[in-house]
Every structure is written in C-alpha cells, then in structure tokens.
Write a protein that binds this ligand. Structure first.
Ligand SMILES: Cc1cc2nc3c(=O)[nH]c(=O)nc-3n(C[C@H](O)[C@H](O)[C@H](O)COP(=O)(O)O)c2cc1C
Length: 306
C-alpha cells in the first residue's frame, strides 16, 4: 500500500489531488460525473462578501495552448454560500477549502471570521491573485499586505489559511516568504498569468474586460519554475502546485519540484474525471520510484548545476 496522505501545515488531506477554484463550480454540478469522496479536496469558486455579476461576455477565449478567462468573480456572495452550498459540501466526504476574495484587507478578515463560525470547512484559501477584477491584485503584489492579511485571517479562528498567490509579480518567493511570516499553513502557486487576446480585424481585445488570466498547458513550465523557486527559497512553507496539470506525470513533476499537493483546473473542462484518473495512476508511479509514500518524493528535484 502506498501512503498518499499529505500534511500542509495544520491541514491534513487523504491524498494530494484537489480541484482548483473556479473550474469545478460549487462541486455539486460535478457530482454526476465524479466520485467526489476519492479526491484529496475540493475548492469551490471564489466567494465574495456581496453577490457579484462578474464581467460581461465574452469572458473566455481559447488560445493555442491554454484558456484566457476574465470571469470577474461571478458569485452569489458568502451568505448564499453558507446557506445554500455548505450544507451539501458537508456531505461529500472530502476536505472542502473555501476560497474567498475581499475587496480589501478588512473584507478578507471579515469573511474569514464568518467562515470560521460555519461548520464543515477544512481550510480557507485566500484569493490574493485574481487578475480579472479591478484591484484584484492590489494586495497580492505587496509583501507587507500579504503578511498582514494572512496574519489577521489566522487570528480570527482555527481554520488553516492557504494564500493563493499571483505569478504576476517580479519575485514570487518574496511574496511567499511574506505569506509564511504571516503564518500561512500553505501557499497555492499559481493563479493565472495576465494575458491579452486580440481581434485584429475589429482592432479590439476579444475579452470584454480587455485582459484575462491565462491557464492550461501553456503555463505549466512557468508554474513549475515558480514552485521550485519557492520551495528552495522558503523550504519550511508547504506548497500546493497549480498550472496546466492534466496527467499523472504533470502532477508528479510538481510534487518532485516541491509541491506537497496539486490542484487541477482547466484540464477538468475537457475531462471532468481527470482527477480520479490521476489518482488511480499515482500509487503505481510512486512505487516505480522506489517510494512508499507521496511525502517521500516531494521536493526531491535536484539541480543539474550543483
Ligand atoms: C474559468 C476559470 C475561472 C477561474 N476562477 C477562479 C476563481 O474564482 N478563484 C481562483 O482562486 N482561481 C480561479 N481560477 C484559477 C484556477 O483556480 C487556477 O489557479 C488556474 O486556472 C491555473 O491552473 P490550470 O492551468 O490547471 O487551470 C480560474 C480559472 C479558470 C480557467
């Protein structure tokens, strides 16, 4: 038997495969396709304090090797999440990580406080990294703001705090270090990369918001670089790797690069069962590596230069 369980600070998961926020709805929608209780965890779409309509359409466009989206945090607000979604999410048999976005630091802290009083969550993921709303990146690009919001969200209750970081900064390790100093149980790396799709005939951006966030296979090497850099710069900080994961090999690349767990996003649009397949293939791959647990392989990537 291969031990797939992982620990991210105070958060324990039965295995390292999670679904990423914004790509699996509020989970209920996917229950007809996926056996949810086999997953390591699920992360519903970001919720905000008040309902948001999101951006006008078009808000997604396919690119050569990825998806550009500017959904704009379309959601029904935290009260609706607690009343309507959480009772169902308590029954699905896996860890539920609520993902939140505040309009400012106080907004994050207020939502973290509310979620700490609601039963049934395993952790809170702070979306400090949405490129698709005005001011969505304000907090996440400033190390002192990241440290402060993480610290304050930890102080309001016992739920583990995961900081989801943007790659749209000069130094991701500097932001990760700030999250660690603030007491983050883990960081999720990465959210989408800001991009632009152009309709040259109309001389207009294709997306209504002009810019969007790029996800999918195109960003995998960029995300792997970020994960490895952070794992070497802040080795004490558990990492959840995200970016273009679509197979067990992709997941293993992130694990050896230093991620203790991974999230699968865009790939689930093409195949909602992808996470279950990755999970079924993971134990034999770990065995092939001569290991008995997923934890043994995390962060085992060695540089060719040393
Ligand atoms: C359509 C779409 C909507 C997304 N919405 C959210 C969101 O609400 N909150 C969030 O934290 N990340 C959101 N993301 C980002 C993903 O969770 C993930 O970080 C990113 O897509 C990179 O992973 P991937 O390449 O596996 O998709 C969204 C991504 C996509 C494609």
């Amino acid at each position: 038997m291969i031990d797939l369980s992982v620990r991210l600070g105070r958060l324990s998961l039965k295995n390292p495969i999670l679904v990423a926020s914004g790509t699996f709805g509020y989970i209920r929608e996917m229950a007809g396709f996926v056996q949810l209780d086999v997953l390591g965890g699920v992360i519903p779409k970001t919720v905000t304090r008040l309902p948001r309509a999101g951006n006008p359409t078009p808000r997604t466009v396919e690119t050569a090797a990825g998806l550009l989206n500017a959904i704009g945090l379309d959601n029904d607000g935290i009260a609706h999440f607690i009343e309507h979604h959480l009772p169902y999410l308590r029954t699905i048999g896996t860890a539920v990580v609520a993902n939140i976005a505040g309009e400012d630091e106080d907004g994050f802290v207020e939502m973290a406080r509310i979620l700490n009083e609601a039963n049934g969550l395993a952790a809170i993921e702070l979306n400090l990294s949405c490129p698709n709303v005005s001011h969505g990146l304000d907090l996440g690009i400033d190390p002192s703001a990241v440290e402060s919001v993480v610290r304050r969200c930890r102080e309001v209750g016992p739920l583990p705090v995961i900081a989801k970081l943007t790659p749209n900064v000069t130094s991701i390790p500097a932001i990760a270090r700030a999250a660690y100093e603030g007491g983050a149980d883990a960081v999720s790396i990465v959210n989408t990369f800001r991009g632009l799709a152009v309709d040259w005939k109309r001389r207009r951006p294709i997306l209504s918001f002009d810019f969007g966030g790029l996800s999918g296979p195109a960003i995998k090497p960029l995300a792997l670089r970020a994960v490895w850099e952070v794992s070497r710069a802040v080795p004490e900080l558990p990492i959840i790797g995200i970016g273009g994961i679509a197979s067990v090999d992709d997941a293993l690349e992130f694990l050896v690069a230093g991620a203790s767990a991974v999230q699968v996003g865009t790939a689930t649009f093409a195949d909602p069962t992808i996470c279950a397949r990755i999970l079924s293939e993971l134990p034999s791959r770990i065995e092939e590596m001569g290991s008995r647990s997923v934890r043994e392989i995390v962060g085992t990537l060695r540089s060719n230069r040393s």
